[in-house]
Design a protein around this ligand. Structure first.
Ligand SMILES: Cc1cc2nc3c(=O)[nH]c(=O)nc-3n(C[C@H](O)[C@H](O)[C@H](O)COP(=O)(O)OP(=O)(O)OC[C@H]3O[C@@H](n4cnc5c(N)ncnc54)[C@H](O)[C@@H]3O)c2cc1C
Length: 475
């Protein structure tokens, strides 16, 4: 990575879905900008099939970060050039009008740039830049899966991904990351990796620069910012950095929300054909407002195996090719928050009864669907109890018995902690993405959203990052 100076007009901290886009947009306009990233630069193709390498090197705390409350919730984030997009499923879901309207309504934003039709122009640009498409729909026609979906009046589709990029041809999960499509073209120029920004230095509400730690040389150093500083460290981390830097705002660290994500696995007997083809990124949209989408999941066998209560491995191996795994997301409320203890800042999060009931409802819907397709066993995402169920009655009995702590949920779609609001009493940033009361400090990433999307958020984060870049450049 190359750095030519210790003084820049613009500095962007964090290189994920938010920061990667802002850096690219500033570069396109020939701005003197530096991108700082805490994690290493690991090229996407090197991650292929190296799951444990990637866990160790580019997952935050090797995937062990969690929120504490009435449920122990693993909270997943990436730490590498490309941020969480390097470890994510690369599923791109379209911006929804209802989400944009809710942002406008709840924050009372008057700026017409926030309107759905304007934001859709950014989506169009991104779709071209990332070549976002879904695969062939051929196999979805007239199979048992699509018939079962139709019978329920649901919708069956193939997920959209970025299908090509500058150097890496073909589709892989990480091949679609911001690193691969956006950042690699700069060949490290003006990109500083393995560099942890420890503190933002400000004087009389103007940011002067950032105090950094070079993780390889183990040295502290300072970089001056002449014009604007953009924080894009992601939900949780952006607010932690601002809190550590003693930026004053009473909403910092508040309104954390996420998708409560779980997986329902099913075992089909070898001769059954019903789920043939289902490893091709199928997305199913239900007609339930809260339990909306679930999708088949492509994760290493070890992960799926760890969720299934079999002792006899030989028996399992012979059945392995017929395991089908489906993941769902339920939007949480926004009452998580960052709290300070003696050593660090921690994330607190409690799952509410209403959310718990929604999760159970979704598990039941998916289980029913899988049994109807001919599943022999369905394994809901329940721990502490035997989760092998042979029919929907058994699934329902299991769900009746569980408490929140028995659910095996994770959160990897994170929102909030530096939310947009109409004034400093309700938010951290204003409609220009600027931190209230600071001249040249901006936040652009998933932390700005005061509530979750009801769908996968990466494309939405990138769309708002494009809007923010235009504002930051033209302001
Ligand atoms: C396992 C997983 C699967 C997912 N799958 C999907 C999917 O299929 N589709 C979808 O739409 N979304 C998916 N997501 C969510 C999506 O990846 C995130 O919502 C999105 O990447 C968040 O963007 P961001 O810019 O807010 O933060 P991030 O992408 O997390 O980027 C933040 C970056 O800031 C860096 N950083 C933090 N603190 C500092 C500091 N002090 N100094 C320097 N750098 C710092 C971090 O290292 C990180 O690289 C998934 C996420 C995960 C974890």
């Amino acid at each position: 990575m190359t750095i030519r100076s210790l003084e820049y007009d613009y500095i962007v901290i964090g290189s994920g879905a938010g920061g990667g886009i802002v850096f690219d947009e500033l570069k396109k306009k020939n701005k003197n900008v530096l991108l700082i990233e805490k994690g290493p630069h690991v090229k996407s193709e090197n991650l292929k099939k190296q799951f444990y390498y990637s866990l160790k090197n580019i997952w935050k705390y090797s995937g062990y970060q969690h929120a504490s409350g009435n449920i122990s919730l693993p909270v997943l984030q990436g730490v590498s050039l490309g941020g969480s997009t390097t470890i994510n499923g690369s599923i791109m879901q379209d911006l929804e009008e209802s989400f944009c309207n809710k942002i406008i309504f709840e924050t009372n934003i008057k700026n017409k740039n926030f309107r759905f039709d304007n934001l859709m122009n950014y989506q169009k640009e991104l779709s071209n830049e990332f070549n976002i498409k879904s695969g062939s729909k051929e196999f979805l026609k007239d199979n048992n899966l699509s018939k079962e979906v139709e019978r329920r009046n649901w919708k069956c589709d193939l997920s959209k991904r970025a299908v090509s990029d500058i150097n890496y041809k073909g589709r892989s999960l990480s091949g679609n990351s911001i690193e691969n499509i956006i950042l690699r073209k700069y060949q490290g120029l003006n990109i500083l990796t393995n560099t942890d920004v420890k503190q933002i230095i400000n004087e009389k509400n103007r940011i002067l620069g950032v105090e950094c730690f070079d993780k390889l040389k183990r040295k502290n150093f300072f970089i001056k910012v002449n014009k604007k500083l953009v924080i894009s460290c992601g939900a949780i981390e952006s607010s932690k950095l601002l809190l550590k830097s003693k930026i004053k705002n009473k909403n910092l660290g508040k309104k954390f929300s996420c998708h409560l994500s779980g997986a329902v696995d099913a075992l089909f007997s070898k001769d059954k054909k019903e789920i043939e083809g289902s490893l091709n990124a199928i997305e199913i949209t239900t007609n339930d407002r809260f339990c909306r989408k679930f999708a088949n999941q492509n994760v290493p066998d070890e992960i799926i195996l760890s969720r299934i209560p079999f002792q006899n491995e030989d028996n399992l191996q012979s059945k392995l090719s017929k395991i089908s795994s489906w993941v769902y997301n339920v939007s949480s409320k926004n009452n998580g928050y960052i709290s300070k203890n003696f050593f660090d800042y921690k994330l607190k999060f409690n799952i509410e009864t209403e959310e718990f009931e929604k999760v159970k409802k979704f598990i039941k819907q998916i289980s029913e669907f899988l049994f109807n397709l001919g599943a022999v066993n369905v394994f809901p995402n329940v721990i502490n109890k035997n989760n092998l169920t042979k029919n929907i009655k058994e699934t329902q009995n299991l769900l009746n018995k569980i408490e929140t702590k028995d659910l095996l949920l994770t959160a990897s779609h994170l929102f909030g902690t530096c939310c947009i609001g109409k004034d400093e009493n309700s938010g951290v940033i204003d409609e220009n993405f600027k931190v209230f009361n600071y001249d040249n400090l901006f936040v652009v990433d998933s932390s700005i959203f005061p509530f979750p999307t009801s769908y996968n958020p990466q494309l939405t984060i990138m769309i708002y990052a494009k809007l923010a870049s235009d504002i930051i450049i033209n302001e």
